[in-house]
Design a protein around this ligand. Structure first.
Ligand code: SF4
Length: 552
């Protein structure tokens, strides 16, 4: 017999006197959420909210749970509130309840630059008695300090709404929406037409860019379908604000045939990731057009998984609990019965997002139809990473959030895919923290979860070179170094190698770390050459595109 290992993993004490949760509690929960008879019928006949499960969740996570809350919801009229007008309606509704969140100029500037949308479900999941500390509030509401003060002052001093909007629009162009040279990730099809396709001209063949796609790593192709470029609500940290804002250079895929042609020519692709915006918006007929050839065409047998990137389970899970959604579930059944995995890529950051009856029931309903629900999320200051009063990162509190989330996901059979660092886009400075602290949090999370419940990789950050994981630190000749390894990379052979970067207590971007004992990282020359080649190719065929330059 061996003794249990020591070494300060975090756990959470749970109640030993878990009260039973009764049918009356469940009825009150459903009343509070305003469920229709149809939704109640679906929940009962499909066993989506078993009392044993609810009782266990309530007893294990009482500090996050909204399951037994009784106070009436503040937002009952609209499904969603969008734009500056919607933002002002939300503020007016709050003020009628005596809640004044203040800082309106800054918040409205942010809304004009990045947009705003909040769903009724998500607004009602905020604890309005303590909203400033509430992660959902931080996730959806613009906050003071996000945008630099000089710009806020100029916006405040503008003497007309039109001038304010102009200031916001000028700034929007500077927000680096396509970090990591994403515009270079558009793949292409070679064509032999006279004209050469893609506007390249010249005869003798050329290329057709797949405008609404990215294909950077062999196994996974991203599609930004024309129907999925909105969201159920906006995250303040949005990594895809070019998409949800509707920028001129947003990715948008109109033609599905082109995607299948590309997939036939690329047997290395096993996963088709439909994203946005939010792929939960895809109409069932449109998804069927993507999926049926994958099922029926033997030349597409290599495509094994269709991923849908969606926030629906956090922002509008009730949509899944309707008869209208049955047609989508029938398509998921067809995929399951034909060996094509539907992977629902959700983005849970905190346990609170899951601990309500709608999200739990929606997850279980998807799972009953062969859907594998996964979660991948950024670790974001104010939302899922916390600081103390002196502004220092609170490693224990931040890790506890992710440990509880990991265990909760496991109970609900949701796979914890990944935690990652904020991408260097938008108001990155507000959401990020030193890598040295994030690395400590991530290590504590990893060692505190059972091996089954851990994220599938160490903490990562996306760069032009690839998805780079921080494995931990190493001591070399008395000096500390970060140990790094690619999870995905522009040249997949780079993935085989662990390499070192100088330890830096304050740097928050992995692509700004310096090599430990060489003048450049082993992949840098090759990366430059690949980027130059792609720039030349994109420049030749889409001279107006101007793929962004700058440090990777
Ligand atoms: S779900 Fe994604 S695309 Fe939509 S607002 Fe959030 S980060 Fe942006």
């Amino acid at each position: 017999m061996t003794a249990p290992a020591t070494g300060s993993a975090l756990s959470r004490a749970t109640s030993t006197t878990a009260p039973a949760l009764t049918a009356d509690d469940l009825r009150r929960m459903m009343d509070r959420h305003g469920y229709s008879d149809q939704t109640r019928h679906i929940i009962a006949t499909e066993n989506l909210l078993p009392l044993g499960l609810l009782a266990r969740l309530q007893a294990t996570y009482p500090s996050y749970s909204g399951l037994l809350e009784r106070s009436p919801f503040l937002f009952t009229e609209r499904d969603a509130y969008a734009g500056l007008d919607g933002f002002r309606r939300v503020i007016a509704a709050l003020e009628r309840q005596g809640i004044h969140i203040g800082h309106m100029t800054e918040r409205e500037l942010f809304v004009e630059v990045y947009r705003f949308k909040a769903s009724r479900h998500a607004l009602n999941s905020i604890n309005w008695d303590d909203y400033e500390r509430d992660s959902m509030f931080q996730l959806m509401f613009p906050q003071p300090g996000m945008i630099r003060q000089g710009l806020v002052d100029a916006y405040a001093a503008a003497n007309s709404p039109e001038q304010r909007t102009r200031i916001a629009q000028d700034y929007a162009r500077k927000t680096n929406p396509h970090d990591g040279h994403q515009l270079l990730n558009k793949p292409w099809l070679e064509c032999d037409g006279e004209d050469g396709g893609g506007g390249g001209g010249g005869g003798g063949g050329g290329i057709d860019l797949v405008e609404g796609s990215q294909h950077k790593y062999p196994q996974c192709m991203l599609v930004f379908d024309k129907t999925t470029q909105k969201c159920f609500a906006f995250c303040t940290y949005c990594f895809r604000h070019a998409q949800v804002r509707g920028d001129d250079d947003m990715f948008i895929q109109e033609d599905i045939v082109q995607i299948h042609d590309y997939l036939r020519a690329h047997p290395e692709v096993t996963d088709l990731l439909i994203t946005g915006g939010d792929a939960g918006y895809i109409p069932v007929e449109r998804l069927r057009q993507y999926v049926m050839p994958i099922i029926q065409d033997p030349r597409l047998l290599h495509v094994r998984t269709v991923r849908l990137g969606s926030r629906m389970l956090t922002y509008q899970p009730e949509l899944i609990l309707t008869r209208k959604y049955d047609r989508m579930l029938a398509l998921f059944d067809t995929m399951h019965d034909n060996g094509v995995q539907l992977s629902w890529m959700s983005h849970f950051s905190t346990p609170r997002e899951l601990l309500n009856p709608s999200t739990i029931a929606a997850i279980r309903r998807l799972q009953r139809h062969g859907v594998v629900v996964r979660s991948q999320s950024p670790i974001m200051n104010h939302i899922s990473l916390f600081t103390d009063e002196q502004g220092r990162v609170d490693v224990q509190r931040s890790a506890q959030n992710w440990i509880d989330l990991g265990n909760l996901l496991a109970t609900l059979l949701v796979r914890f895919h990944s935690m990652y660092c904020a991408r260097a886009t938008g108001e990155h400075h507000y959401f990020t923290a030193p890598l040295a602290d994030i690395e400590k949090i991530s290590n504590l999370v990893f060692r505190s979860l059972s091996s089954l419940n851990r994220p599938s990789r160490y903490i990562t950050m996306t760069t032009s070179a690839g998805k780079l994981s921080i494995l931990g630190t190493a001591e070399v000749n008395g000096q500390t170094a970060f140990a790094l390894k690619f999870n995905e990379s522009r040249n997949m052979a780079w993935m085989d190698r662990v390499f070192l970067a100088k330890y830096d207590r304050s740097e928050s971007r992995v692509d700004f770390l310096l090599p430990f004992d060489t003048d450049r990282f082993f992949f840098e020359d090759e990366l430059k050459a690949v980027e130059q080649e792609l720039l030349a190719l994109h420049g030749k065929y889409r001279p107006a595109d101007g793929a962004e330059a700058g440090r990777t």
